[in-house]
Design a protein around this ligand. Structure first.
Ligand SMILES: [Zn+2]
Length: 82
């Protein structure tokens, strides 16, 4: 018997961060947060969530922020809109 299992990404969620200034270029209204849950699946049925990587992009300076670079405001936005 062959078992099909692995990790698959779920639907990306966009978080509104228009009230936060970009810590790189200092523009407001340019930040966009995204989180994509990843699921462990068995025969393409999601069993449990393994991780949810979060990123923030700035549309102005094109900088990408990873979770360890988030400002407290960015973190709060993710928590609020969870
Ligand atoms: Zn920026």
């Amino acid at each position: 018997m062959i078992l099909f299992f692995g990790i698959r990404p779920g639907k990306t969620r966009t978080v509104n961060m228009s009230h936060i200034k970009c810590s790189h270029c200092n523009q407001s209204n340019t930040l966009r947060g995204e989180s994509t849950p990843h699921f462990f699946h068995l025969f393409w049925i999601p069993i449990f969530r393994v991780s949810t990587p979060k990123v923030v992009h700035c549309d102005h300076c094109k900088k990408g922020f990873y979770e360890e670079e988030f400002t407290p405001e960015m973190k709060r936005s993710f928590e609020k809109q969870n």
